[in-house]
Design a protein around this ligand. Structure first.
Ligand code: ADP
Length: 502
């Protein structure tokens, strides 16, 4: 028996998953499951096997228009925004509880659809999705305006205050790397603010968004408040973004598509938040416990097969410990050897698609052509499914595409540095600015780097720790706006100023 026979066999799906995969392809519009206006379908693959396991509707223009019309009507008649905030909060908590109650099934669907290990989905994706909704539910009743005394007119002559109002109909377009988590992170602030929405999951990973729609119905949201439309980005996504009845776009995905969406959204001046790509540095200072930092650097890049917008894809280790850090990351790599997503031993699964596999392998090939050396990995261990071994590249320079561009795979490039200013400059030598990790026990170094690095989040002695209460977003070309925390609800609110002459 070869190694691949032993390792790359996806265990059987559960009965609940099989039922979900066999469902009739439909869209969730105006509180009900409905057929598409045409017969076009999208094939859904299990990346652990490369086999098609389900088909979902490929929404037509008519379908998109129906979904937007449902969200528009639900917003305009106030069936959601005019509810007492306590009722919105309660509905959201019911939804969070239902997701929690279906956690095992949702984790399995995520594993089948995206290729991530079910154990990871169960430990990270599903509980984080729940906490995004629970956290934002609490804001529903705390969205107050302010009073302000006018500045340039005599006191007592005028009275001014602000009202916070929901922005309206939101289109929320999410990627395939954390499908349910991204969906919940998007819908939660919109719902708390009183908006209605159309959610479009990525064409590669629609399953948990569809299952979420079942739970939305069960939680008792008014019809039309949450609509879920499956479809391709260049058709359904494009129409949603350009739709004149939509007030706000929230998008997470690639920087190129984000820019394109931004241009389209501007035509009708839609409100816009973008969470885009990254090329996040991980900086290891000379004072660290090398074994601990190397283990941390390995998970910073190999978690979710490196398909994380804040993946620690550029490793900078101080010259005095560089060799030992590199050795430590290479030693950690076998623990991340890819396995089928439903294998309980899996820490890392396959990449999401054949397209991503080709993309990642062509970056590795380009790196080698440019003179990088492969410390570990660099290959795909199976002909079936989309597996890439955890890969460490050394002997790189800042001009190489593997150092400059977002690979979105389990590939890290390692470089040396001598001093703090030099590593801060290197860390910032990128068009991105989403996250950065710093490993050190030296408080002065930590705070100095936290100040110098141009990124939306700087982690100390950890990486990719994300919490619903803490704003998340990018500097530079990593995005516009913030999600999570109090800041995360702001983009879903308009501010109206009222001025009275007394
Ligand atoms: P990736 O390149 O990693 O697959 P994308 O940025 O292409 O990520 O996709 C993220 C999401 O954006 C998906 O839901 C996809 O369908 C959607 N999308 C892609 N192109 C467009 C577009 N032109 N307009 C709106 N949405 C799009």
């Amino acid at each position: 028996m070869t190694q691949s026979d032993t390792v790359f066999v996806q265990p059987a799906y559960s009965e609940a998953a099989r039922q979900m995969l066999a469902r009739k392809p439909q869209l969730f519009i105006n509180g009900a499951w409905t057929d598409s206006s045409h017969d076009a379908l999208i094939e859904v693959e299990d990346p652990s096997t490369g086999k098609v396991v389900a088909r979902v509707a490929d929404a037509s223009d008519k379908d998109v228009d129906r979904a937007v019309a449902a969200a528009r009507a639900a917003f305009d008649d106030g069936r959601w925004s005019a509810l007492p905030p306590m009722e919105r909060e309660k509905a959201m908590i019911r939804l969070a509880d239902l997701i929690d109650a279906h956690a095992d099934e949702l984790a399995e669907l995520e594993a089948i659809d995206n290729g991530k290990p079910k154990t990871m989905a169960a430990a990270v994706d599903i509980p984080s999705a729940v906490s995004e909704i629970r956290y934002m539910a609490g804001w529903a009743g705390k969205l107050n305006g302010e009073t302000a005394a006018p500045y340039a007119v005599p006191g007592g002559k005028f009275f001014g205050y602000t009202l916070r109002e929901p922005v309206g109909v939101c289109v929320q377009i999410v990627p395939w790397n954390f499908p349910l988590l991204m969906a919940c992170q998007k819908i939660a602030p919109a719902l708390a603010a009183g908006c209605t929405l159309v959610l479009k999951p990525a064409e590669q990973t629609p399953l948990t968004a569809l299952r979420l729609a079942d739970l939305v119905a069960e939680a008792g949201f008014p019809a039309g408040v949450i609509n879920v439309v499956t479809g391709y980005g260049e058709t359904a996504g494009e129409r949603l973004v350009r739709h004149p009845d939509v007030d706000k776009i929230a998008f997470t995905g690639s920087t190129d598509i984000g820019k394109h969406i931004g241009r389209n959204a501007m035509d009708t001046m839609k409100r816009l938040t973008l969470e885009l790509g990254g090329k996040s540095p991980v900086i290891v200072m000379p004072d660290v416990d090398v074994a601990e930092a190397a283990t941390g650097a390995a998970s910073a890049i190999f978690f979710n097969s490196g398909q994380v917008c804040v993946a620690g894809s550029r490793l900078y280790a101080h010259r005095s410990i560089f060799d030992r850090v590199l050795e430590g990351v290479a030693e950690a790599a076998p623990g991340w050897a890819p396995r089928p997503a439903l294998d309980p031993r899996a820490q890392m699964g396959p990449l999401v698609s054949g397209e991503q596999l080709d993309r990642v392998m062509s970056y590795i090939a380009a790196g080698k052509r440019d003179g990088a050396s492969v410390v570990t990995g660099g290959d795909s261990p199976s002909d079936e499914g989309y597996y890439v071994n955890p890969t460490v590249l050394a002997d790189v320079n800042p001009q190489m595409s593997v150092v400059r561009e977002e690979i979105f795979g389990p590939v890290v490039v390692a470089q040396r540095f001598d001093d703090l200013d030099e590593v801060a400059r290197a860390a910032n030598d990128t068009c991105y600015g989403l996250g950065a990790g710093v490993w050190t026990r030296d408080l002065a170094a930590m705070h100095t780097l936290a100040g110098k690095i141009k990124a939306g989040t700087v982690w100390g002695n950890c990486h990719a720790m994300v919490d619903a209460a803490l704003p998340f977003g990018g500097y530079k070309q990593s995005g516009i706006g913030r999600e999570q925390g109090r800041q995360g609800i702001e983009p879903y609110l308009e501010t109206k100023t009222v001025i009275l002459r007394l």
